[in-house]
Design a protein around this ligand. Structure first.
Ligand SMILES: [Zn+2]
Ligand SMILES: [Zn+2]
Length: 92
């Protein structure tokens, strides 16, 4: 697994899980990507194996829908899906 530790200038040891040595940045701007998109790309019955978008994004680019956070791309998809369902008479 690509897993290693880096020592920062102030002596802190940071555990890096991916091969990228830098902190994640928002995919849509230059701010730090503190949030990850929760949109399910593949929906499995088994919750452990579900695959989410995981796009890194800042607070400004995060849309929270029903306690899940979505990137700008998938927030639109979710909103459309909700509109479609509400047209069918299913209320939340
Ligand atoms: Zn952003
Ligand atoms: Zn997404």
């Amino acid at each position: 697994m690509p897993c290693h530790y880096i020592k920062l200038a102030d002596g802190t040891v940071a555990h890096i899980r991916t091969s990228k040595p830098r902190a994640r940045r928002c995919r849509w701007c230059d701010r730090p990507g503190t949030q990850l998109c929760d949109y399910e790309l593949v929906t499995n019955m088994d919750m452990a194996s579900r695959i989410t978008c995981d796009a890194p994004m800042c607070k400004a680019h995060t849309t929270t829908i029903r306690n899940l956070e979505y990137c700008p791309k998938h927030a639109g998809a979710k909103a459309r899906a909700r509109l479609f369902r509400s047209k069918q008479g299913e209320l939340f």
